[in-house]
Every structure is written in C-alpha cells, then in structure tokens.
Ligand binder design. Structure first.
Ligand code: ZN
Length: 313
C-alpha cells in the first residue's frame, strides 16, 4: 500500500495545503510555484515492488504555462526527514520536455534551414540526455556550417582552420571548435560518451559559431527588425529567404518570408505588383507566377513557384 511509508506522507511532500508545488517552468525557465489542476494516481499491487506514480497537470502561477508533471515514487527506498517522516525517492519528469536553463538563440530563423534543422535535433538529443548522439550532432552542426559556406577540405580539421583564415571566426573560436571535433571523434570511433558539463560548453561554442556566422552579420547590416520600404531591399531579402526552399515549391509571399513578413507587409501590395512585373519581363528569375487562391475574406492570394534552386545530389 502506498501509505505504508508513513501516515503523514502525501503524494508530494512539497505540495502545500492550497495544492501548489515547486516545478520547473519551461516559459519562466526556472523553478516556480505551480498549482495542480488535475491529478491521476496509480499504486503498485501490494504484493509487487512498492512504488506509485502521479500524473499532475500543473499550471505556473507566474506565467500560466500548463505542463504535465509525472512523479515516480519509489517507496522501497525511503529516507527519514527532520520531522521523522519517511520520504520516498522521487523521480520527476516534465512534459513537454525542454533543455533546462538554456536560452534559445534569438532570431534563429536567420540560420539556414539545413543547419537550423541539425541544431534543433541536437537540442532534442541534449534534452533526452543522449550524450553520444549530442556529441555527433554538434560535430555535424560545424560540418553543415562549412558546407553552407562552401568551405571545402579533406577533413573537418582543415575546414575549421579555413573558417578562421576566411575570417568567419577568430583563431580562438577555431581552437574551441577543434575541441568539439575531438569530442565527436571519440563518440564516433570509441562510442565514448562525453561528460554532461562538456556538452553544455560545446553547445555554447556551436551557438556562438551560428551567431557569429549567420546572425550578427545580419544585425550589423541593419537587416534585423527594420521595416523594409524600398523594393530593392525587399528583393534582396526575398532572395535570401528563397534559399530555404526547394525548386518547384509554390507558396504565397508571406510563406517565403517567415518571420520577416512583418518587415515587408506594410508595403507588400506595391512590392508584389513590382515583383510580378519583374518576373514577367525576366528581371527576376528566381520565381515564376503561380496559382491564385481565395482566402476566407474573399481576398485573392497570389502564389509563386521557385524555379532556380535545383536539387542537387
Ligand atoms: Zn512560468
């Protein structure tokens, strides 16, 4: 029976009388007070190993974020607290999962899609504590940056050095990237898991690389968060976004621009008219005119088809 460890023991010794507990909040990115909205309890058969499980739907009292907290209580291993109560060993998992105490890169949409996909997968492996795959993934991130920049070389060591000599990163940065390369080598060849702390540092180094190569130059160029009011700038920005799509993709303009849509939408009607003219007179060759859909409000939504970026193997 679940109460066998002590008559005062509750499903969570931290839960106060008003049904609140401390829990990690993904939005606040720290432990905050949460209220338990619903709870489902399960207890093992008294004849079996003595443990219990609690599914709690909890809401952060700071930001109202709702998450699922699952507590596993091992009633076989208990320790006595200062009040003489026997407290079981509790394992807590929160869903959706998130890499705790990690701040996502701002403006990550500026990172090219392929590189961004690998980076996002690395975050997934880190939050699952899959150390070997995280280490391989961090190395793959560096490889993908080199590929994107068309930095060639017989091996990754050469390519990292070229990143530095080409001026994308500093010499110190290159030294740090070599450390990640070694870590990736150990994981790949010796199937050796790196220590958790070193992975955290490696992630910071890779994020620094992504920021230096893809985000800071954009900020410096004034491309960030400014309203685009000139057609030439609109076209430059459009060309940049089109590299994230494949040949034959057909979408309305807002889909190509992703988050940068907010920067162009004030003048979009004029921009689109001029773009269509330029496509028709072959001054803009990356797109062709696509279909027209009608949205719920009855507005016509012009689509465009990518025609320049051919898929290469
Ligand atoms: Zn919160």
């Amino acid at each position: 029976m679940f109460l066998s460890v002590g008559k005062n023991y509750q499903s969570d010794q931290n839960m106060s009388e008003n049904n609140t507990l401390k829990n990690y909040c993904n939005e606040c990115d720290k432990d905050t007070s949460h209220i338990v909205l619903e709870q489902h309890s399960w207890y093992s058969d008294p004849e079996d190993y003595d443990h219990s499980q609690y599914h709690k739907l909890v809401k952060c009292l700071g930001c109202d974020n709702v998450s699922l907290r699952i507590e596993d209580h091992d009633l076989f291993f208990t320790v006595q607290n200062n009040d003489g109560e026997w407290i079981p060993d509790i394992t807590i998992k929160n869903y959706p999962k998130k890499l705790q105490n990690h701040k996502k890169i701002d403006h990550d949409y500026l990172i090219p899609q392929l590189v961004r996909n690998i980076y996002k997968e690395v975050l997934l492996t880190l939050q699952e504590d899959a150390k070997i795959l995280s280490s391989l993934g961090l190395r793959a991130c560096i490889e993908s940056v080199c590929n994107h920049l068309e930095i060639t070389g017989g091996n990754l060591a050469t390519r990292i050095n070229k990143l530095s000599t080409a001026g994308y990163i500093s010499k110190k940065d290159a030294e740090r990237l070599h450390a990640i390369r070694f870590m990736g080598n150990d994981s790949a060849h010796e199937i050796k898991a790196p220590k958790g702390g070193s992975l955290k540092i490696a992630l910071e180094i890779v994020e620094h690389l992504l920021k230096s190569v893809f985000i800071l130059p954009e900020q410096a160029n004034g491309y960030l968060d400014t309203i685009v009011d000139k057609y030439e700038l609109f076209e430059t920005l459009l060309e940049k976004h089109l590299t994230n799509f494949n040949n034959g993709d057909e979408y309305p303009l807002y889909h190509f621009f992703e988050k940068d849509w907010r920067r162009v939408q004030d003048f979009i009607s004029n921009f689109q008219t001029e773009l269509i003219e330029n496509i028709n007179n072959s001054n803009f060759k990356l797109l062709e005119i696509g279909k027209k859909d009608v949205n719920q409000k009855g507005d016509e939504i012009q689509h465009f088809i990518i025609k320049r970026y051919e898929v290469t193997e």
